[in-house]
Design a protein around this ligand. Structure first.
Ligand code: C2O
Ligand code: CU
Length: 423
């Protein structure tokens, strides 16, 4: 905490080597270490300053995914941090408790920088929120899921032939750990799932059929917990689940073939036929009692009545509304204080999702319980249209844009991204 009350974080992008299960010599990047980065945590209402030092020998950025903040602090492609320099954005955290994350967001090379290992969680806490399991690393555990491919001891980011989805690995790391397990010591454990993979969509469930409660999505808690046995997350999406693992058992969190809504080959080329073990939970023979999930969690945000509708067609794997990303072009101008509906259509035939910076939106016309909470990233099956309700409350800046894009990182790099300003 700085003298002015600001909570300060020093984050340095570094290169190094990490043993990811293929020997100690695997070249990786990370934040304050050689792979991934520390969990950053701040309270709602707290002013924060991030001192982002770039210790790599190429320029990069750090973007605060899911954060409501001024565009100039967002860490997108317009906030490049040159090697050896420090960028210090600051803002006041003003949004509900949530599991957010950070990762590079430079134009054209986000996939590579994230794949090498630059990413971490950013947790927003709200002391006024409901009582939930919250002992970090004990009954409140980050689960950063990434699939990787290796060529000897080298991280291989080559995509399969014919596939335009980007790299799909055949191994899974959780928090950078191969073959991961978690010792469970409490009656319930809260898992903060983050799909930090470049392209893979996971469908999480337990091998034993054990159910769990979904309590939160990208931008915060649901109105009430939802019981489920499987949950799909596309790249960039998060979910908080609470699991009661029976004492003495060791169920495996596993990803089974997701429902991508694509045709046979489209599904195959997007990894949609794969089953992968994610994380084993090893429950002790006697479990300590801990917080129970309350039946009401958070009042849904009042986003108001929309006065503007915008249409976004994902026309190919490189274009939105027929245009590829251009750093010098503003695609949309939003008026501060308005509620809008963004109608997003996947007409490309391929597998995509859609992410909007600065806001958390509500997905309209859906009865999918996994879409009842605040979202900033959503899966968009081929041929589907989603209507997203969002409100732009503050931070006018006519000269600095926010991004909207597909979070399959190769698509983003290839131009499936656009820019909007709030004025
Ligand atoms: Cu997670 Cu525009 O990014
Ligand atoms: Cu895409």
């Amino acid at each position: 905490i700085a003298p002015d009350g600001t909570r300060e974080f020093d984050l340095e992008l570094r290169s190094g080597t990490t043993d990811l299960g293929h020997g100690p010599g695997t070249e990786t990047w990370g934040v304050n270490g050689s792979y991934l980065g520390p969990t950053v945590r701040a309270e709602r209402g707290e002013p924060v300053r991030m001192n982002v030092r770039n210790g790599l020998d190429e320029a990069s950025t750090l973007h605060w995914h899911g954060m409501h903040l001024p565009a100039a602090m967002d860490g997108g492609p317009h906030q490049m941090v040159d090697p050896g320099t420090t960028w210090s954005p600051q803002w006041t955290v003003d949004q509900p408790a949530a599991t957010l994350w950070y990762h590079p967001h430079l134009h054209g090379a986000t996939a590579e920088h994230v794949y090498r290992g630059v990413a971490g969680m950013f947790l927003v806490d709200d002391p006024a929120g409901p009582v939930l399991p919250d002992r970090y690393g004990i009954d409140d555990v980050p689960v950063i899921v990434q699939d990787k491919k290796f060529d000897g001891d080298r991280l291989d980011d080559g995509a399969a032939m014919f596939s335009d989805t980007g790299v799909l690995g055949d191994e899974v790391l959780v928090n950078g750990t191969p073959g991961p397990y978690l010792d469970v010591t409490t009656e319930r454990v809260r898992l903060r799932l983050l799909n930090a993979s470049n392209a893979r969509v996971y469908r999480f469930g337990f091998d034993t059929g054990l159910g769990f409660e979904l309590i939160g999505t990208d931008g915060g808690l649901l109105p009430k917990p939802v019981e489920m046995t499987s949950l799909q997350l596309s790249p960039g999406e998060r979910a908080e689940i609470v699991v009661a693992v029976p004492a003495g058992t060791s169920p495996v969190l596993r990803s089974t073939p997701p429902d991508l809504g694509a045709d046979f080959w489209g599904t195959r080329f997007a990894g949609g036929a794969d089953t992968m073990d994610i994380l084993q939970l090893r429950a002790a023979d006697r479990l300590e009692s801990n917080a129970v999930v309350p039946s009401a969690l958070a009042a849904p945000a009042d986003l108001g009545v929309p006065s503007v509708t915008r249409e976004f067609d994902l026309t190919s794997s490189t274009q939105i509304n027929g245009k590829s990303m251009d750093m010098g072009r503003i695609d949309e101008v939003v008026t501060i204080g308005t509620t809008e509906v963004w109608e997003v259509r996947n007409v490309s035939g391929g597998v995509h999702n859609f992410h909007v910076h600065d806001v958390q939106f509500q997905v309209l016309d859906t009865d999918d319980p996994a879409l009842t909470g605040p979202k900033d990233t959503v899966y968009l099956p081929p041929g589907r249209t989603l209507r997203l309700l969002m409100r732009f409350t503050d931070f006018s800046d006519p000269s600095t844009p926010y991004m909207f894009h597909c979070h399959l990182l190769r698509h983003e790099d290839n131009g499936l991204m656009g820019q909007f300003v709030v004025v």
